[in-house]
Structures are given as C-alpha cells and as structure tokens.
Design a protein around this ligand. Structure first.
Ligand code: HPA
Length: 293
C-alpha cells in the first residue's frame, strides 16, 4: 500500500502549476492570504479579480469542508497585488501534508514574499472571549511531535534548507504592525496575542486534552495553519497570522458546552468583518513601508 506521506509533488510539478497560473492572470502577487473557516469574505475586498476554482488548477486538491469555498482569487487588496485562498486543505480531510501545503510552494514560485494565515480556533486561555482575534505569536505543532511534518522526506534545496529555524516563524515586525493597526481601528481591546496549537482533528478536543494543551502554554487550538507556516518559512517567506476565537474550549467537567462547526461558522460571521478590515489595512501598510514586503 502506498504511504501517502512518501509521495509528494516535485519542484517541477510545483513550477508547472505556478507557470499555469502565471499564464492565466496578469497579477503578480507579493502577498498571499489563506482564509480559515468562514473567513473567505476577505477575497470580496479584492479589486480586478481573477478567480480560479481549485478543481481547474493543475495539481490542486479540492475543498471538502463547509465554509471553505475552494477558490483561488487574485486581485488588488488596498493597492497590493494579492492572492487569496478561499478555503484551505486539512489533514482531517484525508490529505497528506504535502498536498495540504502545496499551494504555499506554488505561491513562493509565483513570487509571493509574505504569507498571512487566518483560522477559526477554540479559546483555551480563560481570558479569551468568543469573537476575540488572536494574533499568533507562535505555534505548537502537535502532529510534528509524532513525525507528521510537511517537511519530512527528501529535502529539495531549491525550496529551502534541510533544517529551517522556526524561532521567528511569526514575523515580529508584522505582529507589531497588526497591534498598531488594531489600535487605530479602535479594536485593540479585542486583539489578543498568543500561542496556537495545531492538532490533526477532525474531532474537537476532550476536556483532558484541553487541560493538557493549556498547561503546555497554548492559548488557542485548531486544526490547521502550522503545516502551511512551516512550508512558507522553509521557502523563506515572511509569515504571520490571526486566529478568530469562535468558541471557548471546554475545560470543566460540569460544563454543558459542546463545540460544533455551525457555532464556529456563526461566530466567524460575526467577527469576520473586523478581521478582514484589519488584514486589508495591514496589507496597505506593508505596501507603504515597502521595505516590509
Ligand atoms: N478545536 C479545534 N479546532 C477548532 C475549534 C476547537 O475548539 N474551534 C474552531 N476550530
């Protein structure tokens, strides 16, 4: 039986997809944004859109999750040429990590220099409320502890080095910019900064798991993001991201609360506009500080 982690797209496969996209659009994006559950509305802010359904792009996987539209949208966001993934791929859909992260390598070959990731997450930090936006300071990649890592297997130096550092995975300058922009928008009160813990999903966590993750230093938990960030850093892109806190993790055996996807999508809908505005203002500022992008 084929081991799905062993086969992977080559540099040439990745280049073929990048060249196909470049031949179908005049956009030359410097910024890529991956939208989490219910957060794809960001793509609607793009001007001069060129839209590709994932099913039409060579080598792309397909979105199977409600709240993930499965479209790649090129356009100008606040004047900056940008590409937006309306929907990402997840391990829990059955995709191996080399498929989950393939778009990131394609973005790198398109010339993208900055990757912004968003996700929906459960709040482990007791101070967090539903609707809070957490600036990701760092992540804990739980599948990686068991060797499930998109960078495992033969390394192609054309993408990046065998042993990439991750101590600066979430760019400190961009985090600072996010705090400044949030203050200017008057929403500094809903902006948190913390550690995102990535699990494989698809089930939500048990109470014992939530307590364990909280003690490990995680502030929020979700089922994505870390693989894409690992691959983006491997190919030298600057990365940073936001978690939208869509539910409070259940930490108490007396609680009657239960996480569910409908609740996650509803909470995303309510705070998504704030997050979209924050990201688009940041992208504008990245352009203005053009030494940042
Ligand atoms: N756990 C994992 N993933 C999630 C959650 C959660 O509580 N909320 C949204 N995505």
């Amino acid at each position: 039986m084929e081991c799905p982690q062993e086969k992977r797209y080559t540099y040439e496969d990745t280049k073929k997809t990048a060249d196909w996209l470049l031949s179908h659009t005049k956009h030359r994006p410097k910024v890529a944004i991956i939208c989490g559950s219910g957060l794809g509305g960001l793509a609607d802010l793009l001007k001069d859109q060129v839209v590709f359904d994932y099913t039409k792009i060579p080598n792309f996987s397909h979105s199977t999750v409600p709240g993930h539209a499965g479209k790649l949208v090129f356009g100008n966001l606040s004047g900056m040429s940008t590409v937006v993934m309306q929907g990402r791929f997840h391990m829990y859909e059955g995709y191996p990590l080399w498929k989950v992260t393939f778009p990131v390598r394609v973005f790198s070959l398109l010339g993208v220099e900055t990757l912004i990731v968003t996700n929906a997450a459960g709040g482990l930090n007791p101070d967090y409320k539903v609707g809070d936006i957490m600036l990701i300071r760092d992540h804990i990649n739980m599948p990686g502890f068991a060797g499930v890592n998109p960078l495992s297997g033969p390394n192609d130096d054309r993408f990046g080095a065998r042993f990439p550092a991750m101590s600066d995975a979430y760019d400190p300058d961009l985090r600072k910019l996010a705090r400044t922009v949030a203050k200017e928008m008057g929403c500094a009160g809903c902006l948190r900064e913390g550690v995102y813990c990535a699990l494989g999903g698809p089930n939500y966590e048990t109470i014992a798991e939530c307590r364990f993750l909280q003690r490990l230093g995680a502030d929020a938990v979700g089922m994505s993001t870390a693989p894409e960030v690992l691959v983006a850093r491997h190919c030298g892109m600057r990365t940073f991201g936001f978690s939208l806190i869509t539910n409070k993790s259940v930490l108490d055996y007396e609680s009657k609360e239960k996480a569910n996807h409908a609740e996650v999508l509803e909470a995303s809908r309510q705070s998504a506009r704030t997050l979209e505005k924050l990201v688009s203002l940041m992208v504008q500022r990245i352009e203005h500080n053009n030494n940042l992008a």
